[in-house]
Design a protein around this ligand. Structure first.
Ligand SMILES: [Zn+2]
Ligand SMILES: [Zn+2]
Length: 355
């Protein structure tokens, strides 16, 4: 199969790789229709997320069509259109039964194979192997609630960034009339703006240094700030000086979390969707104590998120596909990574399609 692989630290390359084959009776082979390029892919390529074996096929966001099924896979058929969460899950362990599917005891992530061989090849390929297929893959309906065809690209974000953003907003305990701050207006941050709006806040203040991303946040109904100081002023103005009632952090670096803590009012929740790769973070613990802050952090439970959010997507209430700025053929994978990483051509979300 043609695939985007981690060539060496800093670069990806499109290569021909061995055809994936079923290795167990619980598995499926899926022909990929769309694969997203995600900020966490960039962490792997840059080496900030350490330990990925060179030659690993990248990518963990996908829709596709089932091409082959192991003998023990119930509930799916060859030819089904499916979406996958970014990790596989068993559906029956302690964590899966509690909806914490991202922490399944059999969890493995697509697009990250460690030096010891643990992990799964990724989705930025013509086909991929999916273990635990019956409990990982979700079949997509052919039509939306309005009778229109349900396109794969409308479902793609369910498996990661849409579930991540909604999990982040839910974790922030937003009440109607709240002032919400969103730190970062990349793909996840912009979907956090949309997710926050679904809780009927009085205002959403979104912060990003990149002008065209602020513009998109405004189009989603946010008040946009270009700098930490501007964000602090806007939040103070909107909240009678108290600070934000809820803060969603969607970057994953220390400066973003610093700002999130700064913007929060006493008693607020800081909900962290950003993927933090640093080993430690110097928590300003006195400020956090003095503000009685609550923190929510961690990988989203995307398999559960698909179940929760698929009805909303089918109803057509979300505007999540508006962040898609580029759809490029898989063969241009290396260029697609550059466009996304260097924010060329006003890129927000960049997709690859093998077709
Ligand atoms: Zn992702
Ligand atoms: Zn499980």
């Amino acid at each position: 199969v043609k695939a985007v692989v981690l060539d060496q630290l800093g670069t990806v390359r499109v290569q021909e790789r061995p055809e994936p084959r079923l290795e167990g009776a619980d598995e499926a082979i899926v022909r990929v229709t769309y694969a997203g390029i995600c900020g966490s892919d960039l962490h792997i390529v840059s080496g900030r997320d350490r330990g990925c074996r060179l030659g690993t096929i990248m990518g963990h966001e996908l829709t596709g069509v089932v091409e082959e099924l192991g003998s023990e896979v119930d509930g799916l058929r060859v030819g089904d259109r499916v979406v996958a969460p970014f990790t596989v899950s068993c559906g029956s362990c302690f964590y899966c039964r509690r909806g914490l599917t991202g922490r399944c005891v059999h969890s493995r992530g697509f697009g990250f194979v460690a030096e010891d061989g643990v992990g799964l090849e990724g989705a930025q390929a013509e086909r991929l192997r999916v273990p635990l297929a019956a409990t990982t893959l979700v079949k997509l309906p052919d039509r939306r609630a309005d009778g229109q065809p349900f396109e794969d690209r409308e479902a793609l974000f369910l498996g990661d960034i849409l579930s991540t953003a909604h999990g982040c907003a839910t974790g922030a305990s937003i009440s109607p009339g709240d002032v919400v701050a969103v730190v970062g207006c990349g793909p996840v941050g912009l979907l956090c703006v949309l997710a926050a709006q679904s809780f009927a806040p009085a205002a959403v203040v979104a912060v990003d240094a990149v002008a065209y991303r602020r513009e998109r946040a405004r189009s989603f109904g946010a008040v946009a700030a270009a700098s930490p100081d501007e964000a602090a002023h806007l939040v103070a103005d909107l909240s009678a000086g108290r600070g934000a009632d809820a803060v969603l952090e969607a970057v994953g670096v220390a400066e973003a979390l610093d700002l999130a803590i700064r913007l929060a009012r006493p008693g607020a929740t800081v909900s962290i969707a950003g993927y933090h790769t640093a080993e430690v973070y110097p928590l300003p613990i006195q400020a956090a104590y003095a503000k009685n802050l609550a923190f929510k952090i961690g990988r989203c439970h995307a398999r559960r998120g698909i179940d929760l959010l698929l009805p909303l997507v089918l109803a057509g209430h979300l505007r999540h596909t508006e962040i898609i700025t580029h759809v490029l053929p898989l063969s241009e994978g290396a260029r697609a990574y550059q466009i996304f990483a260097e924010r060329r051509e006003e890129a927000i979300k960049v997709l690859l399609t093998p077709a």
